[in-house]
Design a binder for this molecule. Structure first.
Ligand code: CDT
Length: 301
C-alpha cells in the first residue's frame, strides 16, 4: 500500500517593499505552474508570502501598518492564484497577515484543496521577537506588536488524501507544536518561515541558523512520525538576509529534498503518507508508550 502526495515546496526569494502583491502573485503562479508540470498535488508557500517581512520595521502610521494585511482571502489581488489552482487542479498552502472584520490581526496560514476551496486555517501561536521599539537592533522583529497569539490551536484536516496540519515559522522550534498535531495523527505538516540569519540578541547563534532550522524540523518529523514540508522566504530583503534551506523531510527524519538557492525555487518530492505508519505503530505508538501523567509541568503556567 502507498498513498503518494507529490509536494512542491515553493521557496520564494526576497520580496522588497516596493514589490506589489500583483508581482508577488505572478511569481507564485509561475511556481504553481512548474509544480503542475511535475504533477504535484500540493504547493506549499512560505509565511507572510504576499509582502516583504514587515515586522522588521517599527511603524506608527496605522495606514502604513494596515497596508501589509489582507482583509479578505481570496481578494482581487490573490484571486489569480486561486483561479490558477482550480484550473490546474492543485492544492496549496499560503501564509499571510490576516486582518479580521473585528479588527483582530493574526499571522495566518490556509490550506486550499484542489477545487480552490479553503479547507483549513491556522493562526501562528509562537510569536517571536518583541513588542516595543528597540532601536539598538540592526532591524526589529515586532511580531508581538503586529499580531495576536493565534486562537485556533493546531488543527489537522482530512485533505489531499491525508491528515494535513500547519504551523508557522517559530512554531517549528517548539516540540509542542508538532506533538499537538501528532496526537491528531498528522501525516504531513506544512510550514513556512522567514528566518533572518542575524539574531540581534544572540549573534553567537547566527553561524548555526541553517543547522538549527534542520535540527528542529527533522526532529519534529521523526518524533511524530510525520512528513514535514518547510518552506522559506529568503534572500536579502531590504538589507536583511534570511536563510533558505527549504526542505521536504520524511517521517524517518531524513531530508529527501532541499533547495539549493536563496531565490524562487521549487523542490518536488513524492511523499508516501503510509511511510508514517510504522513510526506511529511502533517506536512512537503514543497510546502504548506516552506517559502523560509525567508531563504535567508542560501545561502549567
Ligand atoms: N518569522 C519567524 O518566526 N522568525 C523567527 C526568527 C527568530 S529570531 C527573533 C524564527 O524562529 O525563525
Amino acid at each position: 500500500m502507498s498513498r503518494i502526495v507529490t509536494v512542491g515546496a515553493a521557496q520564494m526569494g526576497a520580496i522588497q517593499r516596493a514589490h506589489s502583491r500583483r508581482e508577488v502573485v505572478a511569481r507564485m503562479v509561475e511556481l504553481m505552474r512548474e509544480a503542475a508540470s511535475h504533477r504535484c498535488d500540493l504547493v506549499v508557500f512560505p509565511e507572510l508570502t504576499l509582502t516583504t517581512f514587515f515586522p522588521r520595521w517599527w511603524m506608527e502610521s496605522q495606514e502604513e501598518i494596515d497596508s501589509f494585511y489582507e482583509r479578505e482571502m481570496p481578494s482581487n489581488e490573490t484571486a489569480p492564484l486561486f483561479n490558477e489552482a482550480a484550473r490546474l487542479g492543485i492544492g496549496f498552502s499560503l501564509g499571510y497577515a490576516e486582518l479580521t472584520p473585528e479588527g483582530r490581526r493574526f499571522n495566518t496560514a490556509i490550506l486550499v484543496n484542489k477545487s480552490a476551496q479553503i479547507v483549513g486555517k491556522y493562526r501562528k501561536i509562537h510569536l517571536p521577537g518583541h513588542a516595543g521599539h528597540e532601536p539598538w537592533r540592526a532591524f526589529q522583529h515586532l511580531e508581538k506588536r503586529y499580531f495576536e497569539v493565534g486562537d485556533l490551536s493546531w488543527g489537522v484536516w482530512n485533505a489531499l488524501n491525508g491528515h494535513m496540519g500547519m504551523m508557522i515559522c517559530n512554531d517549528r522550534r517548539w516540540p509542542e507544536s508538532y506533538r499537538v498535531m501528532g496526537l491528531q495523527s498528522v501525516e504531513m505538516i506544512l510550514l513556512g518561515y522567514n528566518t533572518p540569519r542575524h539574531n540581534p540578541p544572540a549573534p553567537d547563534h547566527d553561524r548555526l541558523s541553517e543547522f538549527h532550522n534542520q535540527l528542529v524540523m527533522q526532529a519534529g518529523a521523526y518524533q511524530n512520525g510525520t512528513w514535514v514540508v518547510g518552506v522559506a522566504k529568503c534572500g536579502v530583503e531590504e538589507g536583511c538576509e534570511m536563510i533558505g534551506g527549504s526542505s521536504i523531510i520524511a517521517p524517518t527524519g531524513e531530508v529527501i529534498g532541499q533547495a539549493l538557492t536563496q531565490e524562487d525555487e521549487l523542490v518536488v518530492a513524492r511523499c508516501d503518507l503510509d511511510l508514517t505508519k510504522s513510526y506511529k505503530a511502533t517506536i512512537f505508538n503514543f497510546d502504548m508508550h506516552r506517559q502523560p501523567d509525567h508531563y504535567r509541568r508542560i501545561v502549567e503556567q
